[in-house]
Design a protein around this ligand. Structure first.
Ligand SMILES: Nc1ncnc2c1ncn2[C@@H]1O[C@H](COP(=O)(O)OP(=O)(O)O)[C@@H](O)[C@H]1O
Ligand SMILES: [Mg+2]
Length: 271
């Protein structure tokens, strides 16, 4: 039998690359294996209430005795930490980072690694991919029932890279009743469908204000997707020390209803 041919330097390098990709993927899946369901909160536009929904939904799930991790992955505008008023970052424990906890929710954010709050981060696809991978395997996620992810909006490179890297189980789409927002939401849903991923449902935010009401429900019917509920435009979201869902009974009731509808969809998707 002839002895195996020696690998060329190019082949050696390629093999090392494959091995390191494989090891990285294994480390990530080990780090995430305890997580029950990964839910991306997503919208076609910024400013429609993605962060509001992601944070309040997490807080309400925690109030319903679920274990929840919130991952702020809106790389251009990571502002979950501002909304929840978290000033302390994660704590190093050996090779792992232990996320801070607020209102029963463990929070990890790209903002922890920004030098300056006002700094605009311009990331390209491969950088996003690497940064998220780093986050995913170095964070001590524990075994929460849910991981809620605040995603970058739109259908550009950034949200796509994030979605592919995170391997989400499904999405909550946030829209306003306004027809342009609904159109953008539709685009986002089509993109998710093209990626063969699941939409758990649609939330209509800023409902009942100048934009009227019903756009989210109509979109849900048109696309054959569950409607999870509406959130009224309300002053309760302004300058409060607590997340609006804990501060106000009305907002709390809206989020409780959405949370229950979402959990029912998550359960149904497992069957
Ligand atoms: N239902 C609501 N009523 C009143 N203000 C709201 C409501 N939802 C969100 N807001 C406010 O609108 C602004 C944008 O919301 P945010 O969640 O940051 O949007 P996004 O993350 O999609 O960019 C925030 O100042 C937020 O407090
Ligand atoms: Mg946001």
């Amino acid at each position: 039998m002839s002895s195996p041919r020696k690998l060329t330097p190019q082949e050696e390098a390629r093999l090392a690359q494959v091995r390191s990709n494989f090891q990285e993927r294994r480390r990530i899946s080990e780090s995430l294996e305890g997580i029950g369901t990964r839910i991306g909160v997503y919208s076609g536009k910024g400013g429609v209430g993605k962060t509001t929904v992601a944070t309040n939904l997490s807080v309400i799930l925690a109030a319903q005795d679920k274990e929840v991790s919130l991952f702020d992955c809106d790389i251009d505008c990571p502002n979950v930490t501002q909304v929840l008023r978290i000033s302390e970052g994660p704590v190093q424990n050996g090779e792992k980072l232990v996320p801070p906890s607020r209102f029963g929710v463990k929070v990890m954010s790209m903002a922890f690694f920004q030098d300056n709050e006002d700094e605009a981060i311009v990331w390209r696809g491969p950088m996003i991919h690497n940064a998220i991978n780093q986050f995913l395997h170095s964070t001590e996620w524990g075994s929460p029932d849910y991981m809620v992810v605040d995603l970058p909006p739109g259908t550009s490179d950034a949200p796509l890279t994030v979605m592919q890297t995170l391997n989400l189980d499904g999405f909550v789409i946030v829209t306003t009743p306004h027809e342009l927002a609904v159109l953008d939401a539709k685009r986002s849903i089509n993109m998710i469908k093209k990626m063969n991923l699941k939409v758990f449902g649609i939330v209509e935010n800023l409902s009942g204000g100048v934009f009227g009401t019903g756009g989210g429900q109509a979109l849900a019917e048109e696309m054959g997707i569950p409607f999870l509920g509406a959130l009224t435009m309300s002053a309760d979201y302004m300058n409060s020390k607590l997340p609006a869902s804990l501060e106000s009974d009305e907002v709390g009731a809206e989020f409780t209803a959405i949370s229950e509808a979402l959990q029912a969809q998550v359960e149904a998707s497992k069957k």
